[in-house]
Design a protein around this ligand. Sequence first.
Ligand code: EPZ
Length: 430
Amino acid sequence: MDKFLIRGGARLKGTVRVSGAKNSALPLMACSLLSDGQSVLKGVPQLADIHTMGRLLENMGARVTRSGGAVTVDTSGVRNFEAPYDLVKTMRASVLVLGPLVARFGKAKVSLPGGCAIGARPIDQHLKVLEALGATLRVEHGYVYAEAGRLKGCRFTFDIQTVTGTENALMAAACAEGTTVLANCAQEPEVVELAEVLASMGAGIEGAGTERIVVTGTKSLKPFARTVMPDRIETGTLLIAAAITGGDVMLENAIAAHSSAVVAKLAATGVQVENGESTIRVRAPDGPRSLRAADVETQPYPGFATDMQAQYMALMTVASGTSVISENVFENRFMHVQELVRMGADIRIKGNVAIVQGVPRLTSAPVMATDLRASAGLVLAALVADGESVVDRIYHLDRGYEGLEKKLATLGAMIERFAGRWPGKAPGDA
Ligand code: EPZ
């Protein structure tokens, strides 16, 4: 099991390129099922989750090939409409094949994803909108069984804003007969990118990026080619890596508008941020102690992203003052807190609220990642902690960050990956 060894204290400096967005590439790979032929995604990051989605599509009979950053999915051989538990349990985004399978083939057997570290993660909204479009669903033995003739357009309001729920609905409605009006939709940039791709395939889509989307379906959709947008969560993570180390970093292939809530919050703490056409420069020349604590409420887009909460909390542990961080999207997304406390952070949890009192310094410690974004928060804390920290269970990080340690090392961080036990003395070892 890979670990990171990180020696704190380096101020990050230089330029680094943001990779393509995991949470856009995944729905787009599933979207290829809606057409018969070869779809091409460019700028796709090399990530465990992308690999899993590729295996899932191959399991259905598709041909998935990768060369460099491009992934080609040929769906002409799809014959099996099942997403098995052993794949779905490793990546809940597998549920994104449900809408396309029902819409194009009228049949699907998709494992329920089960819970995960950050919450119960139900998919009731996904099922409700597919039923509203005319699918017949039953849930038994841990699987969703779906059947449908031609889906029919409908009017549907989500009970809660759900990113992948909205994405499944868009993909299903794109093949439905007639018009579908979806209300209380998620407004994330990844939803907008999916809508743009569906439009390029032949569907009519109005309103993506707002809470009301109108879809005019068509019987058959064409394959697509698309370069995936930059990853706004990696962007935010790298911005905070520069801020927490008192660095000066230029991000390339970064869309500031997709990170506006995070950029605004960092500016409020005193971080200097300059937005360019496709770059963001971030500086904190006087170090994290010169930054002011600022409260955060995580919200669906365009609010402050829940996927940035752990990373922001790491910054607040060494800023000056007290910040109140409210996690409003998931019910158990404070798994990083106790690990940060082991590094000397002063954090108290009251329900879905964490109260963070900035401390002059963190100390290195052996810590363990529990989920993708929590591990990013721990890495950021280790960049500024005194001494050498070991971050264990890095496989969580590999699901969502392409070569993060290489990017951080390029900027001057003292970080390396090692497998198994560290040959040297880890911090805290007797
Ligand atoms: C997407 O997950 C992202 N994943 C998550 O990123 C992200 O944290 C999340 O959106 C919120 O922004 C992908 O896009 C692949 P939701 P998703 O449905 O779609 C509840 C990462 O780190 N809900 O928007 O699964 C749900 O429990 C991952 O990259 C229902 O109650 O999240 C949650 O409380 C983690 N019923 C809230 O809605 C449903 O049917 C928002 O979840 C669906 C969701």
